[in-house]
Design a protein around this ligand. Structure first.
Ligand SMILES: [Zn+2]
Length: 234
């Protein structure tokens, strides 16, 4: 009995001590930066405060690869990349590193905060950490690699939520992602089959790829479209 009480105390101390307070060391690890380019769903390029350009790989998440051999996987990658670009490009962010800071490609491994968090409570993570948003919206899978596992447990919970709700990769996205639309050699719009603007050239492409390649929807033929980011960040 006494032993059980002791164990309970340790658990309580653990809960209060770790994720909720921001230590001086943690504050120091938050680096302001501006996102200048989105390379794919989980990789971006930033300018740091000192003017240096840096590639950043988001920790704890993995989006489908733009270079995957399977075209159907690439469509998920296009969608994820377009989503990240829509929400992050040009945006000021705060980068939090974990235990390891650079990967073998020289990319900074970071959690990308869209607002500087006062604490690391789950609600803050849910609302303002882009890594978490990718998981919650179903654009990425959890990808834990030692030693960068600070949010591992929370991330798994967020992924589970996305699966249960059928978000993104887990449901809604599969309905539209591979829809074929058409672009032309020179135009900036994408079209539905039979549009009069397709008279001279007609290149088929999935809707997901058209979004990533920045084609806009033709207002004449009104092909299917997709709002990648229905959420708004703080
Ligand atoms: Zn058209």
């Amino acid at each position: 009995m006494r032993r059980r009480t002791f164990v309970a105390m340790i658990v309580l101390i653990g809960l209060f001590a770790s994720p909720y307070a921001l230590s001086a060391e943690e504050q120091q690890r938050l680096m302001p930066a501006t996102i200048i380019r989105v390379l794919d769903g989980d990789t971006v390029e930033v300018i740091l405060e000192n003017g240096a350009r840096q590639r950043v790989r988001l920790i704890g998440v993995d989006c489908p690869e733009l270079t995957d051999k399977d075209p159907s996987v690439r469509d998920y990658a296009f969608a994820a990349a377009a989503f990240t670009r829509e929400l992050l490009e040009g945006r000021r962010v705060w980068l939090e590193t974990d235990m390891g800071t650079l990967d073998k490609y020289g990319r900074l491994l970071a959690y990308v905060w869209t607002a500087p968090p006062a604490d690391f409570a789950e609600e803050k993570i849910r609302d303002c950490m882009f890594n978490a948003i990718l998981l919650l919206e179903g654009y990425a899978y959890t990808y834990m690699l030692m030693p960068n596992t600070k949010y591992a447990e929370v991330f798994v919970g967020f992924q589970h939520e996305a699966i249960m709700e059928g978000r993104g990769i887990w449901g809604t996205m599969t309905r539209w992602i591979h829809i074929i639309v058409y672009v032309t050699n020179t135009g900036k719009k994408y079209h539905g089959d039979g549009c009069r603007y397709l008279a001279s050239s007609r290149i088929p492409m999935t809707l997901a790829e058209a979004m990533w390649r920045r084609y806009e929807r033709c207002q004449t033929c009104k092909p299917p479209y997709w709002i990648s980011a229905e959420i708004s960040l703080e």
